[in-house]
Design a protein around this ligand. Structure first.
Ligand code: C5P
Length: 227
């Protein structure tokens, strides 16, 4: 299991301060839509300057027509990131087109699919997809697997069943982690590292329990020991 730290601080300088504090650890760093829109590629470059072995997960959740998604995926190749994600609900054809466009690159990033956004209530979800969340999330995971993606973003509690219906090697990345049972903040369903282990999660995403701590590197060190 690997640790991915969410860089969700309000400015690029605060995010980079955090990255500097964590420079000695083997980490994935998650750059989201807001940071990327605001700070762009220079932010990604600054991260790699601090430690070139940091891995970057660009969390942009692409959703568009297949050709535009594939074009965008190819542009992401120029950013030197190690992982990015697309929406499974864009459809199997869009996912396949993204993967076949990346085929020619020897060293392509890991590509994950977003199944069901966890912000949806059951009612809100079925108004859009006419299915229950769990049925549709399983279907999305299967589609992503068949389209040749590397894995999915899911809740911890779905990880094991997703691997059972796809493959043990199909990756799961899960937010909503409170490593040692800390405050859940605004997350509805949170899980500890122990639960993530039981559910065979590959990447845990942790934001606030790290960047809001008095001593973020102490928390990171403690988490890494548990992985
Ligand atoms: O601070 P916290 O550990 O809750 O941060 C979790 C990160 O994962 C945030 O960047 C949040 O946007 C992201 N995320 C999430 N739930 C999802 C997808 C992404 O919490 N379903």
């Amino acid at each position: 299991m690997q640790l991915c730290v969410a860089l969700d601080l309000p400015s690029m300088s605060e995010n980079l301060e955090l990255v500097k504090k964590l420079r000695d650890y083997p980490l994935w760093l998650k750059v989201g839509l807001r940071s990327y829109i605001r700070d762009g590629k220079p932010f990604l470059d600054e991260i790699k300057k601090i430690n070139s072995s940091f891995k970057i997960f660009l969390d942009l959740k692409l959703y568009d027509i297949p050709n535009t998604m594939a074009d965008s995926a190819e542009s992401i190749m120029q950013l030197n990131v190690d992982m990015f994600n697309i929406h499974a609900s864009a459809g199997k054809r869009a996912m396949s087109e993204v993967m076949s466009r990346l085929e020619k690159y020897e060293d392509r990033p890991i590509v994950l699919a977003v199944t069901a956004l966890t912000s949806f209530s059951e009612d809100e979800f079925s108004a859009v997809y006419s299915e229950t969340i769990s049925t549709k999330a399983d279907q999305f995971a299967k589609d992503a697997y068949e389209a040749g993606l590397d894995g999915v973003v899911s809740s911890v509690f779905e990880s094991n069943s997703i691997k059972n219906i796809t493959s043990d090697n199909f990756l799961t990345l899960t937010p909503g982690i409170r490593p040692f049972g800390e405050s859940s903040d605004d997350q509805q369903r949170v899980a500890t590292i122990e639960m993530a282990h039981k559910e065979r999660v590959d990447f845990i995403v942790v934001g606030r329990p790290i960047y809001k701590a008095q001593n973020p590197s102490e928390v990171v060190e403690k988490i890494l020991k548990e992985l």
